[in-house]
Design a protein around this ligand. Structure first.
Ligand SMILES: [Zn+2]
Length: 482
């Protein structure tokens, strides 16, 4: 079997090197994942696996899929099967079941990409449109040209949306295969408060009637997010949990937080005038509604990507700290707001994300060293594992540092499994950054420096303060004084 897998990888890589095509085959993607990562040195125990987008719908016959699953599992990496509703849904179900059945037989988690099942409640039909004062239908087309409808005219779509998920859940339940992780990437669909969303709502007689304080952005956002949460709960989360009550179910970008969002998605333009942003340097952080609980999700799925615009928000000459700072604000907001019983599975992406066609050469890429430090701080602020998203041509460079940190952290599994984060502080200026996990009277600490400062920095732990020395790119295990 090992020989078979080696030949399979070699063939896929040689095809890749000679081809030069941008879009890779599933064989090529998985070959890079296996080539760029090593089997784990420290056991994973009960910790969640590492999720990576290229490990999706594994190719090959049953023997090949089994060999690939085993090779991935040796590295702590999980594979997901996708559900695609629509005219070919029976084939999609059978294809997904084939891989999931092997996972079950091997004692691995059954992981599902349900993204396609969550689109599109806004199907562009007139019955979903906003209505102007004359009763004339119109859409908000300001987000990637999609025909986004009125949040108060979508309820008739719920049964059909629910069925897209239920069909696959029934198929799995009938075979006795229980998904333990189900995720979606539902973003540009349903009512959205950004881009021209607020203007559209103000023009709509139905929105006006349903949102008494429509001219107050916060009230408007709450109303829109309430409907978005209802859609996710009624058409997705509750459907999965009805069949599989123990499943982790979640969606890209939905997670507990401190009321602010420190990043903009690729399709989100500047916050509209009248939105009470919080200014920090040139950064306009946006208020964000509390939607996680309402959605009924059982794991948090934050997004920690190096969005292009972040770099220009601050003036520090230490370019790395511009990325690190904004991302650590987001990391800390989620880590602090999420109960320890709710896993945090964070989407990550290192390479500058969503740059324009002609990027400003002044915008410097986040260094791999600083990115790896950020990953450590994420783990020490309560993020349980990562989910790598990246385009095909970045798989090698993205998975290497990610897997390296994630696998190395397993050496400290006892801390991460049983301990708790100590601090969520984010220094306002480049300098030493400290994160720590406490287990009894011991601390697992990471200190990362962005200046030449040599002094120890005090870390407050309960009513005590512990000096944290500079230690280079490694973790320290310290003991609290009596
Ligand atoms: Zn409306």
């Amino acid at each position: 079997m090992r020989l078979c897998l080696t030949v399979f990888i070699a063939l896929a890589i040689s095809a890749l090197c000679s081809g030069g095509a941008k879009r890779m085959t599933p064989e090529e993607r998985i070959a890079i994942v296996l080539r760029e990562t090593q089997p784990l040195k420290f056991p994973r125990g009960e910790r969640l696996p590492l999720y990576v987008w290229p490990a999706m719908d594994l190719p090959g016959d049953e023997a090949q899929v089994e060999a690939t699953l085993k090779a991935l599992d040796a590295r702590g990496i999980a594979a997901c099967a996708s559900w695609h509703p629509g005219k070919d849904q029976q084939q999609s179900l059978e294809r997904a079941l084939r891989m999931s059945a092997i996972q079950k037989r091997l004692g691995l988690r059954v992981n599902i990409n349900a993204n396609a099942c969550t689109y599109s409640i806004c199907d562009g039909s007139e019955a979903t449109a906003h209505l102007d004062a004359d009763g004339k239908p119109f859409f908000d087309t300001s987000s990637e040209g999609r025909k986004l409808g009125c949040p108060f005219r979508l309820q008739h779509r719920y049964p059909a949306m629910r069925e897209q998920v239920d069909f696959f859940c029934r198929g799995y339940a009938e075979k006795g295969i229980e998904p333990s992780f189900v995720f979606a990437d539902w973003e540009i669909d349903g009512p959205i408060e950004w881009n021209g969303g607020w203007d559209a709502a103000k023009r709509c007689a139905v929105c006006r009637k349903n949102i008494p304080k429509l001219d107050d952005f916060i009230e408007f956002q709450k109303a829109y997010r309430r409907v978005r949460s209802e859609i996710q709960r009624e058409c997705y989360a509750s459907v999965v949990l009805k069949h599989f009550p123990k499943a982790l179910v979640g969606n890209y970008g939905v997670y507990p937080h401190n009321g602010w969002r420190y990043w903009y998605d690729y399709f989100e333009g500047d916050a509209p005038k009248g939105c009470p942003v919080k200014t920090d340097g040139r950064a306009p952080y946006r208020p964000w509604a509390d939607e996680f609980k309402d959605c009924g999700y059982t794991f948090a799925m934050p997004v920690v990507y190096t969005w292009y615009r972040i770099w220009s928000w601050y003036d520090w000459p230490q370019g790395n700290y511009r990325w690190f700072y904004a991302l650590l604000l987001e990391v800390s907001s989620v880590g602090q707001a999420t109960p320890a019983t709710t896993p945090i599975i964070t989407f990550v992406h290192h390479t500058t994300t969503s740059p324009p066609k002609d990027p400003d050469p002044a915008v410097k890429q986040f260094s791999p060293e600083a990115y790896k430090e950020l990953l450590w701080h994420m783990l020490l602020r309560g993020h349980d594992t990562f989910f790598l998203w990246c385009p095909d041509d970045e798989i090698a460079q993205e998975i290497r540092p990610l897997h390296e940190v994630w696998a190395a952290a397993l050496e400290f599994r006892e801390f991460l499994d049983k301990g708790e984060p100590v601090t969520f502080g984010v220094p306002k200026q480049p300098g030493p950054v400290v994160s720590a996990f406490r287990l009894g009277n011991r601390l697992l600490v990471r200190r990362t420096d962005f200046t030449a400062a040599r002094d120890a920095v005090p870390l407050k732990v309960g009513d005590k303060a512990l000096p944290i020395p500079r230690a280079g790119a490694k973790c320290q295990v310290l003991t609290l004084p009596e």
